[in-house]
Design a protein around this ligand. Structure first.
Ligand code: IPM
Ligand code: MN
Length: 362
């Protein structure tokens, strides 16, 4: 298969981890006989520094004409601590999601058995955890009208949703649940918010056409608690933009490190793949960032284009690296391996099919 991939490495550790996703995809390309091309473009703080715009026109144009976008990370502390900043790196990512129509953000949370003791939660609580969050990504409070009074003392952000925005992601979430354990949990705040009540109404109605899926509902505050108390109860979680942002960071630590979790953002015509972690400025340039989330995002890219065997090869190689302790210091403070060692180990395992046969026999 031929794929034209836009590479938006972004800020902080973004370039380091995205480079390992590219190394992985190149190993897949050679091993399985595909043709992937990578074209780099600027986004985020680095794009503001170089061009005064967090999403330059040529970056957006490249993404639109590519088959997929591989994204690193975004954000820089110099903007976080300046509430008066007029342009922010995050605006680049938000505009990109909106312009590409990436309304569905898919964030799988799964425990790697060899890492179970890295979790801040007890083993018996987290065993069997395997769920996926469907986060609505182009609506809600992130994109509603903003207001700041002239004297700067009053501000608001509008949370707005239409039936259409809810139903298109609900269908994807129900289909996912159908192919998994058949359970869908809608996370909302329907006891308080009108927009949540619309979510309940629309999702309940759509649920009638998926009789094989059991639908239940949780208020987001309770969901935040249940994720820690009993994460294995979840199969597919469907939620709006900001609730999904918050609970996916919470979900990410169940497995021991936020550096492990990938995501896919999909729309009608475009798709983008990125780790859920941020730009981790303190680690920039130190070769210590965990590349696994970025590499697993590359696996989600392969899966999205129906390259199932290839995606499995990547996941297997990642699993082997974790099992063998070829990991970055977030997972083992005494580790002597850097970001690039982990990436190269994973790539070499993809290339070496003998190794895979060995693993399968174990
Ligand atoms: C994420 C990030 C983004 C978000 C930021 C960087 C705008 O936290 O992808 O989860 O809030 O969506
Ligand atoms: Mn987030």
């Amino acid at each position: 298969m031929k794929l034209k991939i836009a590479l938006l490495a972004g800020d902080g550790i973004g370039p380091e981890v995205a480079a390992q996703a590219v190394t992985t995809l190149q190993a897949v390309e050679e091993t399985f006989g595909h043709e992937f091309s990578f074209t780099e473009a600027l986004v985020g703080a680095i794009a503001i520094d170089k061009q005064g715009d967090p999403l330059p026109d040529e970056t957006l144009a490249l993404c639109k004409e590519s088959d997929a976008v591989l994204f690193g990370a975004i954000g820089h502390p110099k903007f976080d601590n300046d509430p008066t900043a007029k342009v922010r790196p995050e605006q680049g990512l938000l505009k990109l999601r909106k312009e590409l129509g990436l309304f569905s953000n898919i964030r799988p949370v799964k425990i790697f058995p060899t890492l179970i003791e890295k979790s801040p939660l007890r083993e018996e609580r987290i065993t069997g955890t395997d769920f996926v969050i469907y986060r609505e990504l182009t609506g809600g409070i992130y994109f509603g009208e903003k207001f700041l009074s002239e004297d700067g003392t009053v501000a608001s952000d509008l949370c707005i949703y239409s039936e259409e925005e809810i139903s298109r992601i609900a269908h994807l979430a129900f289909k996912a649940a159908k192919g998994r354990r058949g359970k869908l949990t809608l996370v909302d705040k329907a006891n308080v918010l009108e927009s949540s009540r619309l979510w309940r109404k629309v999702v309940t109605r759509i649920g009638e056409s998926y009789p094989e899926v059991t639908l239940d509902y949780l208020f987001v505050d309770n969901a935040a608690m249940q994720l820690i108390l009993n994460p294995s109860q979840f199969d597919v979680i469907l939620t709006e933009n900001m609730f999904g942002d918050i609970i996916s960071d919470e979900g990410s630590i169940i497995g021991g490190s936020i550096g492990l979790l990938p995501s896919a953002s999909v729309g009608e015509d475009s798709s983008m793949f990125e780790p859920i972690h941020g730009s981790y400025p303190q680690a920039t340039g130190k070769n210590i960032a965990n590349p696994v989330a970025s590499i697993l995002s590359a696996a989600m890219l392969l899966d999205h284009f129906e390259l199932k065997e290839e995606a499995e090869a990547v996941v297997r190689a990642v699993t082997l690296s974790l099992k063998k302790g070829i990991v970055t210091p977030d997972l083992d403070p005494n580790s002597k391996y850097g970001t690039d060692d982990v990436g190269h180990y994973i790539a070499s395992n993809i290339r070496d099919s003998d190794d895979f046969r060995g693993l399968n026999q174990e």
